[in-house]
Design a protein around this ligand. Structure first.
Ligand SMILES: Cc1ncc(COP(=O)(O)O)c(C=O)c1O
Length: 468
């Protein structure tokens, strides 16, 4: 099928409200696009003009098994032919959903007991907030409701998940955050540590700060702490040494639930099946999306550990049925897609590939960028990597945001055939390719990124005396 590019572009410009797009610039044609993405295979996508791009960010870190996996397409088709939809209210299910749920509670870290399904990471975190409130109401702790979230954490865009997100541009002009969310510091050693403070000392300080925050707020009012095992949208930042151990000790002391937001880290990206396993986390609740179906179908999951599940099950005699659910909770096509995607993750040992090829990515990023004068930090774990650009390495000074260094490097990479994401907070170029990526493809990715950085350095104001 040939796409009529001008016609489709015009229809799109006239009618689609695109996320994270300057709407006026787009509507008036001051910025180009839309890019009409037509096909994908492996780690590459192709647009309607026939141009191929390496997708170094797996869509939005979600197409973990890569594009064009016919196994998943066939599973979706089979289920759609058999039964395209039925709901899961009032104890209805499908075989695919029951098998998926059993699989998830077995494979997940912690002691998981039940799975509640949604269609996005945002709604799964919205569910987690309600579960925290429900759990504490049912055990008579009616004040224990506040949720602690971190600066630069990302948990979604809906009302409560957007409030948990710790970046102000997700709140501005949208009347967020809602009350009931309290904020604690981000565990990013590069920016947050005191001079001479080791990673471990910094982690312990963050834990002390958390302890003081809970004491100040009153432990009887604090219900949960939410965190991504590895900070994602806030800058692709692995935690410093000992962070999760120190944080969990504080949460246990105050009877505060831990919600592990594994929307990015679930299903192999860090090199472990779950980020929680890599960092010794024992969450009470786990949020999953993205890699669950490798984005072949919109599906998310809120996993509920035994502690919470026991209380809400026991409470049912008093409060009646569980009054929360969506039309599409546990959608049978989503369940079939998830089972097929997870079959690939397991059969092809994608966490193993993320560990091995991810180590190579980290090594090559460090080799190519760590010593450049405009690079403050190269960091990452598994197949999540970031380069953070700074104006002055010695004094850790950020670039003038008006220079848009991160966005320019990302645009320069794209012009050379690579999608690497300009992360929204700071001048950060992010990498999170599909987990099927090979070493040779990593060489391509790093090579293009290096040429892009070189090109942008050449355009920066000469007063900085920068050279690569
Ligand atoms: C850690 C994390 N949690 C939640 C979300 C929200 O997921 P969604 O965009 O599917 O609502 C994201 C999305 O990037 C995420 O990275």
């Amino acid at each position: 099928m040939t796409i009529d590019i001008p016609k489709i572009s015009q229809m799109d410009r006239g009618s689609v409200l695109h996320p994270f797009t300057q709407l006026k610039d787009f509507a008036t044609g001051r910025i180009g696009g839309p890019t009409i993405v037509e096909t994908g295979r492996g780690i590459r996508i192709q647009d309607a003009t026939g141009r191929q791009l390496i997708d170094g960010f797996a869509g939005l870190y979600c197409v973990n098994v890569g594009y064009g996996r016919t196994e998943i397409a066939e599973a979706i088709s089979r289920q759609a032919h058999r039964l395209a939809y039925y709901h899961t209210y009032a104890a209805h299910t499908t075989d695919e959903l029951a098998m998926l749920s059993d699989r998830l509670v077995r494979m997940a870290p912690g002691r998981m007991s039940k799975v509640f399904y949604g269609t996005s990471g945002s709604d799964a975190n919205e569910t987690q907030a309600k579960l925290v409130w429900y759990y504490n109401n049912l055990r008579g702790k009616k004040r224990k409701k506040k949720i602690i979230a971190r600066e630069r954490g990302y948990h979604g865009c809906s009302v409560m998940s957007g409030s948990m997100t710790g970046m102000s541009f997700y709140h501005d002009h949208m009347d967020l955050p809602f009350p009931g969310i309290i904020r604690t510091g981000v565990p990013h050693h590069y920016w947050g540590a005191h001079p001479g403070e080791t990673g471990l000392e910094f982690s312990r300080r963050r834990a002390r700060e958390l302890d003081e925050l809970i004491e100040r707020e009153d432990p009887d009012t604090v219900g949960a702490f939410i965190g991504e095992p590895v900070l994602g949208t806030g800058g692709l930042t692995p935690p410093p040494q000992g962070y999760w151990e120190a944080i969990q000790a504080v949460l246990k002391k105050h009877d505060v639930l831990l919600i592990a937001d594994e929307v990015i880290t679930g299903f192999g990206r860090t090199g472990a099946m779950f980020g929680s396993q890599l960092y010794g986390m024992e969450p009470d609740l786990i949020t999953l999306a993205k890699g669950l179906t490798s984005a072949y179908f919109p599906m998310s999951a809120s996993l509920i550990g035994e502690k919470v599940a026991g209380v809400i099950e026991d409470g049912a005699d008093r409060v009646g049925s569980f009054s929360h659910g969506y039309t599409y909770s546990g959608h049978p096509i989503g369940a079939a897609a998830a089972n097929a995607a997870l079959d690939i993750v397991e059969k092809e040992n994608l966490p193993g590939n993320a560990r091995e090829v991810g180590a190579y990515l980290q090594q090559q990023l460090k080799a190519a960028f760590a010593s450049l004068p405009i690079v403050g930090e190269v960091r990452g774990v598994g197949l999540m990597g970031a380069i953070e650009f700074v104006a002055d390495r010695a004094n850790k000074t950020r670039f003038d945001p008006g220079l848009k260094v991160g966005a320019r490097v990302s645009a320069a990479a794209r012009a050379r055939g690579l999608i690497a994401r300009a992360m929204p907070h700071g001048d950060i170029l992010g990498f999170a390719p599909p987990l099927v990526v090979t070493r040779a493809e990593i060489d391509e990715i790093v090579g293009i990124a290096a040429a892009a950085v070189q090109a942008v350095v050449g355009e920066l104001p000469p007063a900085r005396g920068l050279s690569v």
